[in-house]
Design a protein around this ligand. Structure first.
Ligand SMILES: [Fe+2]
Length: 210
């Protein structure tokens, strides 16, 4: 779309980095289908619709007072972040054999230095994820200011991905991420998720900042 000579680019749903059933048995094909082809695609499509709406406002085609600018921006934040978080989430997992287990490399060194052991880190991250109220994400962030690995959470998709606090690892805790397979047993889903963490992806993300 073009507005006064300025082109606003749209988003695209990129292919999954593995087959839709590749994370079985930990994350079922049905979950992946609904999650990727339903929810993620929805975030992409709605982002693009809202970009059109925002463009009309930028261009002056919509009169002030006839639109809800906070609603449009909140919708953009929810859907654009939803798109970016899910793109990260897919790459942050890998099929059994390539994912899961304990990490090596720099991420393993940092975890051991700051948490004592991988088992202690896993225990604490799990405790945080399992106690997250409602809908949101639990993440491991690298703080470029002091080099800390920080476990963080945020509700819904309302996270601005600060360049200074990059996400290395992330767990989607929306019901759409587990309900079809695990019903209300979110703790079982989190236990299963540890088996498909792509530690190579975590390591590559970290190395950009070391
Ligand atoms: Fe999700």
């Amino acid at each position: 779309m073009e507005v006064n000579g300025i082109e606003l680019k749209k988003y695209e749903l990129k292919p999954l980095p593995y087959n839709i059933d590749a994370l079985e048995p930990y994350i079922s094909k049905d979950i992946m289908d609904v999650h990727y082809n339903g929810h993620h695609k929805g975030y992409v499509n709605t982002s693009n619709t809202l970009i059109d709406r925002f463009s009309k406002i930028v261009k002056g085609d919509a009169q002030t007072g006839t639109y809800d600018i906070q609603g449009v921006v909140r919708g953009l934040v929810f859907n654009i972040n939803g798109h970016k978080l899910h793109s990260m989430f897919w790459n942050n997992m890998a099929p059994e054999g390539k994912g899961g287990g304990a990490p090596g490399g720099k991420i393993a060194d940092l975890i051991e230095k700051q948490y004592g052991s991988f088992d202690r880190f896993k225990q604490l991250f799990t405790e945080v994820a399992n106690s997250l109220p409602g809908t949101g994400w639990t993440t491991l962030n690298y703080d470029t200011e002091n080099g800390n690995l920080q476990i963080m959470t945020f509700e819904n998709h309302f996270q601005n991905q600060l360049a200074e606090l990059p996400i290395l690892m992330l767990a989607d805790e929306f019901e759409h991420a587990y309900y079809l397979q695990y019903k209300n047993k979110r703790t079982d889903y989190i236990s299963a998720w540890w088996n498909v963490i792509n530690w190579s992806d975590v390591e590559n993300k970290l190395r950009k900042y070391l």
